[in-house]
Design a binder for this molecule. Structure first.
Ligand code: ZN
Length: 354
C-alpha cells in the first residue's frame, strides 16, 4: 500500500458513523480534531471523510466511488479538497506528485501553507458543494499559523470543514483544540488488525512481529515491514545492551546508528522502551523474542524506581524526537550520545526491588 488512500479501515466504523449521522442531519461541526497514535489510519480516515463530504451521491455507507467528485478526489485533483502536509511528508507519501527539489524539505508546516488554506476556506466552492481542508500533522503548525487558522473556526465559511490530524493533540494551541469536535482513534484489537493486515498485498509472513513492535498500530506495522526494520531494530537493541554492559561507549553507539537516521533510531528506542515499561509494570517477561536480550536491562517487575527511570528516558526520547523533527540541522550524533548515556546510567545503577 503506497501513499495514503482515502479508505475507511474496519476499526474506524464508530468514528465514521458519528460524522455521517451529523452530516445527514445537517449538524456536522466545521472543525474536527482527529487524534491518536501513529499508524492507525487517521489520515486515511480524514481523506475518506473528505471524499464522503464532496461526493454528491454518497449514502450512509460512504462515498459512491463512481461520480466525478469521487474520481477527482481519488486523483488528488478535486478543486474543493485541500490536503496540507509538511513538504517532507508530502514527498514521502506522494513521491510521484512532488517536485524533486535538491533542498532538504521542511518537516514543519509553513505559514504560507496555512495562509493558502485560509484563502481556500474563504473562497467559493468551485464544484458547488462542500469544501474540505485536512491539516496533518496539526501540531507542526507554529503559534502564528494556529492563531490565523483559529479565525476560520470562529467564523466558519458555509459548508467548509477543517479536519486537523494530530498524534500529539496536547501540543496544539488550547484555543484551537477547544474549537474542534474531538474524534479520538485507538489501535484495533490484535485479532482485527491481523485479519486486515493479512489481506493486504504487501503483508509479510512475520507481520505479527511488526504489529507487536508497532504496539498494535497496523499501518505502522506495514511501514516497519516495508523498511525491513527488524534488522535495524535488532542491531539497535544489541547496541543498547553493549552500552549497558560497558563494551560500547555512548559515542560508539551513536556512530553505529548513522545508517538508521536519527528519527528511526529514536523511534526504535521508543518502541523497545514501551515494551520494557509494560513488562516492568505488569511483572511479565517481554513477549517479543527480538527484545529478549534487553530483559537484562530490567527484569520483569523491577519495581517503581525502575519504572520512574524508564519514564524519564521516555520523556528524553520524546523531546529528542520533537527536536529532530522540527530542525533539519539537529545535531544527531550529539543527541544520540546523550540518549545512550541515559541508557547506560539506567542500567549501571543497582536498584533495590520495591
Ligand atoms: Zn461519489
Amino acid at each position: 500500500m503506497s501513499g495514503v488512500p482515502s479508505i475507511l479501515l474496519p476499526w474506524q466504523q464508530p468514528q465514521f458513523k458519528r460524522m455521517q449521522m451529523l452530516w445527514s442531519n445537517d449538524r456536522l461541526a466545521h472543525g474536527w480534531l482527529l487524534s491518536g497514535k501513529p499508524g492507525i489510519g487517521k489520515l486515511a480516515f480524514a481523506r475518506h471523510v473528505a471524499r464522503f463530504l464532496l461526493c454528491r451521491r454518497s449514502s450512509d455507507s460512504g462515498p459512491c466511488g463512481q461520480c466525478q467528485d469521487c474520481h477527482l478526489h481519488t486523483m488528488r485533483t478535486h478543486p474543493d479538497a485541500l490536503l496540507v502536509l509538511p513538504e517532507a511528508l508530502e514527498r514521502a507519501l506522494f513521491p510521484d506528485d512532488s517536485p524533486k527539489g535538491k533542498d532538504k524539505p521542511s518537516r514543519q508546516l509553513k505559514i504560507e501553507q496555512i495562509r493558502d488554506a485560509i484563502e481556500f476556506a474563504q473562497g467559493t466552492a468551485q464544484r458547488g458543494g462542500a469544501k474540505v481542508i485536512i491539516i496533518n500533522p496539526a501540531e507542526s503548525m507554529n503559534t502564528n499559523s494556529a492563531n490565523a487558522l483559529l479565525k476560520i473556526l470562529e467564523e466558519p465559511p458555509p459548508r467548509t470543514f477543517l479536519l486537523l490530524v494530530s498524534e500529539q493533540p496536547g501540543l496544539l494551541l488550547a484555543t484551537l483544540r477547544s474549537r474542534c469536535q474531538q474524534l479520538p482513534f485507538v489501535a484495533p484489537p490484535a485479532s482485527q488488525a491481523l485479519t486486515w493486515l493479512r489481506a493486504q498485498a504487501d503483508c509479510p509472513p512475520d507481520i505479527e512481529f511488526y504489529l507487536q513492535l508497532a504496539q498494535g498500530a497496523p499501518l505502522h506495522a506495514l511501514r516497519l515491514a516495508a523498511d525491513n526494520a527488524s534488522s535495524g531494530f535488532r542491531q539497535l537493541w544489541q547496541t543498547i545492551v553493549g552500552v549497558g554492559s560497558g563494551t560500547t561507549t555512548p559515542v560508539q553507539a551513536a556512530k553505529a546508528c548513522e545508517g538508521l537516521g536519527i528519527v528511526n533510531a529514536i523511534d526504535y528506542q521508543l518502541l523497545g522502551l514501551g515494551s520494557l515499561l509494560a513488562s516492568n509494570q505488569g511483572g511479565t517477561p517481554l513477549t517479543l523474542t527480538a527484545l529478549e536480550p534487553l530483559q537484562a536491562v530490567c527484569p520483569p517487575g523491577s519495581g517503581i524506581a525502575m519504572t520512574r527511570r524508564l519514564h524519564g528516558l521516555h520523556q528524553s526520547l520524546i523531546q529528542a524526537r520533537r527536536i529532530a523533527l522540527a530542525t533539519n540541522n539537529a545535531n544527531a550524533q550529539l543527541m544520540l550520545e546523550q540518549l545512550f548515556a541515559q541508557w547506560s546510567a539506567l542500567m549501571a545503577k543497582p536498584l533495590r526491588r520495591s
